[in-house]
Design a protein around this ligand. Structure first.
Ligand code: ATP
Length: 631
């Protein structure tokens, strides 16, 4: 174990202290060891400089603000290479050659730093200073921004010592890549908060206590996903006090509950035996979490007043739906103080009075839509009520939440309605309802436990209490996969001059790796290929990033690699074990991964970020299910 640079009581935390913990974490794959390193750091910060904890947490997860504020770092490779070159007096060509050789700009920055003879001793970097500088850099925009950015980044990198250059550069890239998952940060936060409290009172800490603290922290974060609120609340109030502050709040998006895929109604009926459940249409649109706070209430939900609509990813999509806000407000009774509805926004044909496919919705601009320019109409299908007039309903069973929703809000056909639903245990009637959902242009059904302890709303969980049955599950692989485009092969014949095929990957949150899963060349229309080429070619990187995992010989290596920015929905015939593709490596075989056979492109998932791709675990589960079926 390395010596962590020390600092005194009440003093700023040296950035070197954080970086040496990053180095420890990067050097191990053991989850418990990672947790311990981080807990020890958090504890020390809590004892000496508690106000710095929030910055440290953000730097660990590579963010600068809550997700819903949309603050992004992700500085382009070109700007970073220029900054590194100018910081260390090297030529851009040299830096580029090194990036080719090492595949990691962070390492290149670090090596350039150690090779450079230092004429003057830079002032040590402090966590607070680095955090604030990163914030300023992320705000720089406009024409002058490239030069401004290079100069701000250069100053920062010049002040780095040793490994600091590696982690700072990676933070600027937007990916720390040390194998530190956000869930581990939350766990360490829970452990440190409990230990700190126990130390101050001279109490002992046991495993049960630690597990309880982690559960409490995660529940707080799931309800109010903002470290800006959570960490200061923990620091000043401790776990118990923080629980009173970190509760579901109108105006701050809660991480949505997600559903498990199933392959057949029989699987659903087996799982739900002995429970009370409800069947709903699964609409093919975009998740819309609708928040409302009556303006000028001055109450606890004040601050993000009025109506806000958030995506599946907690992105503020209010600007995409200027036509929706007023309608929902008028569906609520007069005097309503606040609410949070969970719903699906679906493209709607007002003449034929029917649902239009998801592809039509995706032609609506994502931002700054003006009401007078709207050509694609939207109908909101509400399926849940999470909050009403200052009260959280998360712990109430679904049946009660929905009854309250139906009692409180007024439907407006074609613009705001409740989901179609049916309660029955009869397999024949469910099958009929499924067929009807397809005729009504839906994707299938969502089947949810409606009463009892399992019927609560579970933020951020892909829960077995919500199951989805899609029409096309009934044959083939089951669910489609959402995969990251990591590379491309140059086209031949008709596709010459563009990309002929793409390399796709799933994501493993435990290792933060993108693991390749297949090459894909079918399902595209010619115009798709043209637009994809121009969007993706702007995202190429010089060499395979170190966090991409791909096997095989030279002819399997793609001609270009991309930054992980785009997610595609892909369907395949089945899965097979492969030495080349590395998806879910370690799950079924130590060196071989899983690959998709006969993959087809279905469309782009604009509502997902690269970390929301199908995970290695999901791929392994699909493979196991396929084995069960064939066995
Ligand atoms: P998918 O690719 O199926 O959309 P996903 O990963 O985005 O997957 P899932 O949990 O798999 O999300 O499916 C649930 C999604 O279905 C929700 O995020 C929501 O957008 C949509 N949906 C449509 N109708 C309903 C409904 N009645 N209840 C809940 N979600 C619904």
């Amino acid at each position: 174990m390395k010596d962590i640079p020390e600092w005194g009581q009440g003093e700023d935390v040296p950035y070197a202290a954080l970086c040496s913990v990053f180095e420890e974490i990067e050097g191990t794959t053991k989850r418990l060891a990672i947790q311990e390193h981080l807990t020890a750091l958090f504890l020390r910060v809590l004892e000496r400089t508690p106000n710095a904890l929030v910055h440290i947490v953000y730097l660990c997860i590579n963010r600068l603000a809550p997700e819903y504020e949309g603050v992004e770092l992700g500085i382009g490779e070109q700007i970073l290479m220029k900054s590194v070159a100018s910081a260390y007096g090297r030529s851009l060509a040299d830096v580029r050659a090194d990036v080719h050789a090492y595949g990691d700009l962070g390492r290149v920055a670090e090596l350039s730093r150690t090779r450079q003879t230092v004429m003057w001793k830079p002032k040590p970097l402090m966590v607070r200073g680095v955090f604030e500088a990163l914030g300023r850099i992320s705000q720089m925009s406009g024409k002058a921004s490239q030069t401004d950015k290079v100069s701000a980044i250069r100053k920062l990198i010049q002040a780095c010592k040793g490994v600091e250059a590696r982690y700072l550069t990676r933070s600027l890239e937007g990916k720390l890549r040390i194998g530190l998952a956000e869930q581990t940060v939350l766990t360490a936060l829970g452990h440190a908060a409990l230990r700190h409290h126990a130390l101050s009172r001279g109490d002992a800490v046991d495993a049960e206590g630690l597990a309880g603290a982690v559960e409490r922290i995660k529940s707080m974060y799931n309800q109010l996903p903002s470290y800006d609120v959570l960490v200061p609340a923990l620091v000043s109030e401790g776990l118990e006090g923080a629980e009173k502050i970190c509760r579901l709040t109108a105006g701050i998006p809660v991480k949505p509950m997600l559903a498990h895929p199933t392959k057949s109604l029989t699987e659903v009926l087996d799982r739900f035996e002995g429970t009370t459940f409800t069947c709903e249409y699964k609409y093919d649109g975009e998740r819309a979490q609708i928040h409302y706070t009556r303006p000028s209430q001055g109450g606890k939900d004040e601050g993000r007043g009025g109506t806000h609509i958030y995506s599946r990813n907690s992105e503020d999509m209010t600007g995409r739906y200027p036509d929706v806000a007023g309608r929902i407000e008028s569906s609520a009774p007069e005097g309503t103080e606040s609410f949070i509805l969970d719903a699906e926004a679906v493209a709607w044909d007002r003449v034929k009075e029917e649902i239009l496919p998801f592809q039509v919705l995706s032609t609506r601009k994502r931002k700054d839509v003006r009401e007078e320019d709207i050509s694609v109409q939207v109908c909101i299908f509400a399926f849940d009520l999470l909050y009403l007039n200052g009260q959280s309903l998360l712990q109430e069973p679904l049946s009660k939440r929905q009854a309250l929703m139906r009692e409180t809000f007024k439907e407006a056909p074609g613009t705001f309605v409740f989901t179609q639903s049916m309660e029955t245990r009869s397999p024949e009637l469910i099958q009929e309802f499924l067929d009807r959902s397809i005729q009504d242009h839906c994707e299938g059904l969502m089947i949810k436990v409606s009463q009892g302890e399992e019927a609560t709303y579970e933020p951020s969980r892909r829960s077995r209490n919500w199951l989805k049955v899609k029409k096309d599950y009934l044959s083939g692989l089951g669910d489609s996969l959402d995969l990251v485009v990591v590379g491309a092969y140059m086209g031949k014949g008709k596709r010459v001059g563009g990309y002929g095929g793409y390399l796709l990957a799933c994501y493993d949150p435990a290792t933060e790796e993108y693991q390749t899963i297949c090459k894909i060349g079918t399902g595209f229309r010619d115009e798709d290929l043209r637009t994809l080429h121009s969007t993706l070619s702007a995202n190429t990187v010089l060499t395979k990033p170190s966090y991409y995992r791909h096997g095989g010989g030279e002819n399997q290596v793609p001609d270009v690699w991309f930054r992980p920015t785009m997610i595609w929905e892909v369907k395949a015939a089945d899965l097979s074990i492969s030495p080349v593709y590395q998806a879910a490596v370690g799950f079924m075989d130590e060196t071989k991964g899983i690959s998709l056979r006969f993959p087809r492109f279905l469309g782009i998932r604009e509502d997902k970020r690269s970390e929301d791709a199908s995970t290695a675990e999901m791929v392994a589960e699909m493979y196991r299910k396929q084995l069960d079926k064939s066995g």
